[in-house]
Design a protein around this ligand. Structure first.
Ligand code: BGC
Ligand code: BGC
Length: 613
């Protein structure tokens, strides 16, 4: 070779090397992005290899029940995400069979052309609460009363670990609603009526779920929900009930200062996802509100994660199914919880892009966010469940933490003549009331099933069992469901309140106690013995006239599986320390909150109230 030719060969080699250095797009040759060091590079390497349909597949989230009999569609469409809605799990409910189910779905994703792993989502809203045998923590209303950010972070950490064990790397939690009307059936999902408290605890929950590093095997994505105004809907505008999924008829200033406020801390603490709200703001559905979803959430609040739609919420938008999809995607939704008619969704969105009614940039932007988080979670390297963590699901230490959370969440509202704490050496204690031996009612909605259920639905300790364990061997503990036969008891503990419910089924116009509960308490009083009332409920209830005859009163909210936390307080092993995170109205005339604030009449107990011993 002449020196001249040698030089020109070298020249070309250097040129090609330079091009590869500057544009590390070896995706011309392979789908393997693993050789790139930064996540950004990996994402940019995969994106150009994806067909439009595959990109839209990544934006699709299907309910597991729906896809169960069409698993090959996960591979064929390159589906990005599955979820277990409130009623979708394996037929046999155990941590192992959940892990088997999730892994099975994942194996189909890994058979797709580009082998992009699924991200699986679930409502671990108070522990891994759909899974039998998992630890169920108090619902957020109780954690609001505990007012302890460190505790909330720890709970979210443990919940993440139990969830990740199953291969589920995304929780639709925390709910950072700021409920202003306790008639709403989702009041208990909110920490408080006060945006500052919600903001503090919401941020802690996010830190706990995601930990300091998403690639940690025990980290899962948090989801701040539901953006925005879910807790501010007007009575009578809801669907199919009174307030749920209704319309927040409030000025922007109020929307921002109450309902958007907690998202500021959520985002600055790294919330990797946000869920749009079913509700509307001044008659416009949130899922089509580009101003709030893009201008405010993205541009102003600098949210960079995945914006997911709520369950079939896109189908509630105006217009044809295609127009609905157009509205939602152009408003800024990145992933659509379809959750069923996925072929129709994929077909519609593909057509919209081809017609240039949704831009390819919008699609790429959404897919980038989804892939980035999949890489950050380490799903490409470890797509399957973390079976080494399975043994810890519902483990002793986790239950100890839940018990601690229960005792810290109780609010002592009345303690006449210091009847509490009770001595563990009383001769005869009667435990009364429908809710005394009912783990399902302690847990409330979003437990095992969507609406929850009464009875022994999962492993745990009922309040009755907890009391029996706590007292001395010489103490006799009787259970009287209806409060009869209490004569001669040294103390009676009546456990009353609401049965389980969740969204769409929990709105109530009247928050008085049920007549059966009132009758139970009356029977006890007729025997002339002192009564300690424990209320299990997802919100304050109207007890103004009844409470006069009660000796002590504890709001226990929805404490979850660890009833021993209640015995800890009843018998004085710990001091009650919970403070109301919602105003306790004296009558329904003081509901919603705005009315209580404007009224001259005093609430039964003000926000922040709570006694100690
Ligand atoms: C609820 C969400 C929940 C989703 C998935 C919706 O109906 O509003 O809070 O995350 O279902 O179960
Ligand atoms: C699902 C829930 C969902 C609800 C809303 C239920 O069947 O299990 O996850 O939130 O439907 O309609």
């Amino acid at each position: 070779m002449s020196p001249h030719k040698k030089f020109s060969a070298l020249f070309w080699i250097l040129w090609i090397a330079l091009i590869f250095f500057l544009f590390p797009t070896t995706h011309f040759f392979s789908a393997d992005a693993s050789k790139f060091s930064s996540i950004k590079q990996k994402v940019e390497a995969i994106l150009p290899q994806m067909t439009l349909e595959e990109k839209i597949g990544q934006m699709t989230q299907i309910d597991s029940q729906v896809i169960m009999n069409n698993l090959q569609d996960i591979s064929a469409y390159g589906i990005g995400s599955l979820l277990s809605g409130g009623n979708s799990g394996p037929s046999f409910n155990s941590p192992e069979s959940w892990a088997n189910m999730v892994d099975r779905f994942q194996s189909y994703a890994l058979k797709s052309r580009l082998k992009i792993p699924l991200i699986y989502g679930i409502d671990s809203v108070h522990g891994l609460s759909h899974v039998k045998g998992a630890t169920v923590f108090p619902h957020n209303i109780g954690l609001g009363a505990a007012r302890n950010p460190v505790l909330v972070e720890k709970i979210a950490r443990i919940t993440a670990m139990e969830t990740a064990a199953l291969g589920i790397k995304w929780t639709f939690a925390p709910c950072i609603a700021v409920p202003q009307d306790i008639r709403w059936g989702r009041t208990y999902e909110g920490f408080s009526e006060d945006p500052k408290l919600v903001s503090l605890l919401g941020a802690s929950a996010i830190k706990g779920s995601q930990s300091t590093n998403l690639s940690d095997p025990t980290s899962i994505l948090a989801c701040a929900k539901h953006f925005a105004g879910d807790g501010g809907t007007e009575f009578g505008t809801g669907y199919p009930e009174l307030l749920d999924q209704g319309d927040a008829r409030i000025p922007e200033k109020e929307l921002r200062s109450i309902h958007i406020f907690p998202y500021i801390a959520a985002i600055s603490n790294g919330a990797a996802s946000v869920m749009a709200s079913f509700s509307s703001w001044n008659e416009i559905k949130m899922h089509q509100n580009k101003y709030l979803l893009t201008d405010v959430l993205r541009k102003e609040l600098k949210f960079s994660g995945i914006l997911v739609s709520d369950w079939a919420a896109v189908k509630q938008l105006p217009g044809t199914p295609e127009e609905q999809v157009k509205l939602a995607i152009n408003a800024g939704i990145d992933m659509v919880m379809v959750p069923d008619s996925y072929q129709q969704f994929i077909g519609n969105l593909t057509a919209l892009v081809r017609k240039q009614e949704v831009s390819e940039e919008r699609i790429d932007e959404a897919v980038r966010r989804i892939l980035t988080l999949k890489y950050k979670l380490g799903l490409f390297e470890h797509p399957y469940s973390h079976r080494e963590l399975l043994a810890q699901v519902g483990g002793r230490e986790h239950r100890e933490l839940a018990r601690e959370a229960v005792r810290k969440s109780l609010v002592l509202l009345k303690n006449k003549d210091k009847i509490l704490p009770l001595s563990k050496k009383l001769k005869k204690i009667i435990v009364a009331g429908r809710k005394a031996d009912d783990i399902g009612s302690q847990c409330g909605g979003w437990t095992i099933t969507w609406q929850g259920a009464t009875g022994a639905i999962t492993t745990g300790t009922s309040i009755l069992q907890a009391i029996k364990k706590a007292v001395s061997t010489n103490t006799i503990v009787f259970y009287s469901t209806n409060g009869e036969n209490c004569l001669g008891a040294d103390a009676v503990i009546a456990v009353v309140g609401e049965g389980p419910y969740a969204e769409m089924k929990g709105d109530r116009e009247d928050l008085s106690l049920k007549t059966t509960d009132l009758k139970t308490i009356r029977n006890i009083k007729d025997a002339g013995v002192p009564v300690v009332v424990i209320l299990i409920s997802g919100r304050p209830m109207i007890v103004t006239s009844e409470i006069k005859s009660w000796n002590a009163f504890i709001a226990a909210w929805l404490p979850g599986t660890e009833g021993e936390g209640i015995a800890d307080i009843l018998f004085g092993d710990y001091q009650p320390a919970g403070k109301l995170s919602y105003t306790w109205p004296a009558s329904m005339d003081q509901v919603p909150l705005r009315k209580a604030k404007n009224s001259h009449s005093k609430p039964l107990y003000p926000y922040g109230f709570g006694l100690s011993y």
